[in-house]
Write a protein that binds this ligand. Structure first.
Ligand SMILES: [Zn+2]
Length: 207
């Protein structure tokens, strides 16, 4: 069988590593770029490099940011005593697009998944516990009711992760809630429509 020149083959291999892209899709993308003006390819390459060098992880909530502390954490109008715990930064965007959540976030960086060798230590769980403990000793929050909203996806891994975090926070003087059943089992926050997401957040229950 004839083989593609190495330059194309390497690009196909690189595309195949992307989530949701199989060999056919990777080949199609490579040939699309081959036949597209050079300026576009240069622009694409520079966007990729820029993203990797300029985007930081917020030191407070671990969401994506252009600065050390993200714009949400820096915003004084946000309720810092309400922390919504999500799997990924993309979930922050989904909840932000809903428009009526006024608290802040904590991005775990995934969920506990033994099959994929992701344990609690691979996630920002220690950081969350630390964050809450520091807040509890901060007189700024003395008269606030601290609330942690566990908004991991309603999948098996998401539920297990929420339960694990709940246990880790046990005994601390805070309210812990779990997003409501508005979301279908196995759903992904990222793909939920805004009305469903609103219902899920409004319908959160104490756990
Ligand atoms: Zn932040």
């Amino acid at each position: 069988m004839a083989e593609f020149p190495k330059g194309i083959k390497n690009l196909i291999n690189a595309f195949e590593r992307l989530p949701g892209i199989g060999p056919k899709g990777a080949t199609r993308l490579a040939f699309y770029l081959l036949n597209t003006p050079k300026a576009y390819v240069e622009d694409l390459a520079s966007c990729l490099i820029k993203m990797k060098t300029e985007i930081k992880i917020c030191k407070s909530c671990f969401s994506v940011s252009e600065q050390d502390i993200c714009s949400i954490c820096q915003d004084n109008r946000r309720n810092k005593a309400q922390i919504c715990v999500v799997e990924r930064a993309i979930d922050v965007m989904a909840i932000e697009n809903m428009g009526d959540y006024k608290g802040v976030y904590h991005v775990l960086g995934g969920v506990i998944n033994p099959l994929e060798h992701v344990g609690p230590d691979e996630l920002k769980i220690d950081e969350l516990v630390q964050r809450v403990k520091i807040m509890l000793t901060d007189e700024k929050y003395l008269n606030c009711n601290l609330e942690i909203i566990l908004a991991t996806n309603p999948t098996m891994e998401g539920e297990a992760t929420a339960l694990h975090i709940k246990k880790r926070l046990e005994g601390l003087k805070i309210k812990i809630s779990r997003i409501g059943s508005g979301l279908p089992i196995g759903a992904d926050l990222e793909y939920a429509d805004q009305a469903t997401l609103c219902r899920a957040l409004d319908g959160r229950r104490d756990i």
